[in-house]
Each structure stands twice: as C-alpha cells, then as structure tokens.
Design a protein around this ligand. Structure first.
Ligand SMILES: Nc1ncnc2c1ncn2[C@@H]1O[C@H](COP(=O)(O)OP(=O)(O)OP(=O)(O)O)[C@@H](O)[C@H]1O
Ligand SMILES: [Mg+2]
Length: 290
C-alpha cells in the first residue's frame, strides 16, 4: 500500500477550491493560516531552543466537519501567502503504515519520517497532511498489551521520535494532522502541537453558506432550484446539528424522494428539502442516543 496518497506542487487551484468550499467563521480561517505561515517562517529563522515551535498543527472535530478538506486548502493558501513557488504538499495515509504485517508498523513509521518525508522536502517548504493521526500515534495509555501487540506501542514511539527528528533537522516541513477522535491520540503527540483547532459542527452562518452554495450549484443546471433560496431560513433552522457533509448530502438527497424529482430537480419543493433535513437530524439524534 502507498503511504503517500498525493504529492503536489503548491499553490494548486483544486486545493484553493477546497479552502473556500469549507464554510467557517473568518477568524478561524485567518488564525489557521496565520499559524501555518508563522510556524514555517519562524522555524527557519530561530533555533528550537529559543523559539520552540514543532511545526505541528492539529485539526480536531467530529466526522464530516471538513477537516481533511480544510487542511488541503490550508496548505495551498499558506504557500500563496509565503510567496514561495517551490512549496510542496504531501498527503499521508497512516492506515497504509499501521496495517502492515506484525513487526512492520514501527519500521514503516520510522521510514516515513526518516526517508519518505525528507526525500520530498528539499530546501523549499513542504506541508504534510497526516490524515486521521489517531491511526499513526494511538494513545499508548489506552492499549492493553493483550489486545494490542507491542508493535503498535512501538509505532507510536516511532511517530513521536520521527516528529522530533523533523523538528530538529527539517525546519522547512510543517505537519498538519487531523483527527475525529482526539481522546484516541497519544497525549505526547497532542502536547507537541503548536496549535490545536477544534473544528465544530457548522453554526447558523456556516449552514446558511453551505445551503446557499449547494442551491446555487444545482441552479446552474436546474434554474428553479434557485427559487428555494426564499425558504433558506427554514432550512437553516431544520439543519441544526448536522455536520457539513451530511448537510450537503441532505439537500441533494431531497431530490431522491421520487423518480420525478430525481430526473428533474426543477420540481424540487421546499417541503421536500425540509422533510429530508428533518429526517436527517432525527437519524443523527438516534445514532447519538444509541
Ligand atoms: N463547514 C463545512 N462547510 C462546507 N462543506 C463542508 C463543511 N464541512 C464538511 N463539508 C463537506 O463535507 C465534505 C467532507 O469533508 P471532510 O472529509 O473534509 O471532513 P472530515 O472532517 O475530514 O471528516 P472525517 O472526520 O470523517 O474524516 C467536504 O468535502 C464538504 O463538501
Ligand atoms: Mg477526514
């Protein structure tokens, strides 16, 4: 299995779109960008002992809140802000490392930090996305030696040692990690983070933006969908508690109520949308109660 799922030169137009696709309060967006640019700049100028920046930013939050997408967009925007044309982006899939055969995980994790990342990061800045980092550095306190092979324990040790190596030797590398299960991430990893951003469920403004976005996109093909905007206040209210992924899907699924609306979205009514949103929020409540 391949550890590096994507390697790109930055800035990148698709990644820029990812940044705007995720609706968030402006201050969160700005803080993330500033933190990223600051970390990359300061680490290249000062020794760690004077300015202790590890070069690790963590996005934590429930599933479907846009963390992975945002991290990809952040990389591109940071490259833009740095005005450095040589910036690279790497996306790592930690599952590929830890699913390897017994005794191999630790070796694979070490290889990632000692070889794979440094090979991609020469002189220019390199932003590395460690997606679902709880797989790479699971909390060692939660492991019982009976159910978790010692190999997994050692893999976390190797990840921490690897991050320390990058911190000291590769000041041009910035790690952006995501997790939807913060309690499962090793505390030593969390404590190395320069910034942990809690990405929550979308609030009223974000939901308004998401719904507007989906309706506008659908309206480019089915113009009548645009008229649903007059009911947007009701949609925003009915969608409280949904994550961004479910919300986008729910608006689209509203058309799946019948073959008629599915084949012609101009026939979609506000009632279709409201009903689907209400069903989705009930499903969410049900799954939380379970
Ligand atoms: N705040 C948001 N604004 C707009 N769209 C959103 C938002 N949150 C999620 N989405 C939509 O959901 C999709 C999936 O998001 P993404 O995979 O980045 O979430 P995630 O937080 O990484 O989820 P997971 O924890 O399950 O990996 C996005 O591509 C986007 O379409
Ligand atoms: Mg994700």
């Amino acid at each position: 299995m391949n550890t590096v799922v994507e390697a790109l030169d930055l800035p990148n137009a698709d990644l820029d779109r990812a940044w705007t696709a995720i609706k968030l309060p402006d201050d969160v967006r700005e803080r993330l960008l500033a933190q990223t640019v600051l970390a990359l700049q300061l680490r290249q100028q000062f020794p760690f002992e004077d300015i202790p920046i590890h070069g690790l930013i963590i996005l934590s939050g429930p599933p479907g809140t846009g963390k992975t997408t945002l991290a990809r967009g952040l990389a591109s925007r940071a490259a833009n802000a740095l005005k450095n044309t040589g910036t690279r982006f790497l996306q790592i899939d930690p599952h590929a490392l830890t699913s390897s055969s017994l005794g191999q995980s630790q070796k694979e994790v070490s290889k990632l930090f000692h070889q794979t990342i440094p090979d991609h990061a020469d002189q220019d800045p390199c932003i590395v996305l460690l997606d679902e980092v709880e797989t790479l550095a699971p909390d060692r306190r939660r492991m019982s030696l009976e159910s978790n092979p010692i190999d997994v324990h050692r893999a976390t040790d190797a990840a921490l040692a690897g991050i320390d190596l990058l911190t000291r030797k590769h000041v041009n590398v910035l790690l952006v990690a995501t997790t939807n299960f913060r309690e499962a991430v090793d505390r030593a990893l969390l404590s190395r983070a320069d910034w942990i951003e809690e990405v929550g469920l979308p609030g009223v403004d974000a939901r308004l933006d998401i719904i507007t976005d989906v309706l506008a996109t659908l309206a480019t093909v089915w113009p009548k969908v645009g008229e649903l905007k007059t009911h947007i206040g009701q949609f925003v209210k009915a969608s409280e508690g949904l994550d961004g992924r479910r919300l986008r899907k729910a608006i689209i699924s509203a058309a799946a109520g019948s073959i008629e609306t599915a084949s012609d979205l101009n026939k979609l009514t506000p009632e279709h949308v409201l009903l689907t949103l209400e069903r989705q929020t009930e499903t969410r409540r049900g799954s939380e109660a379970a």
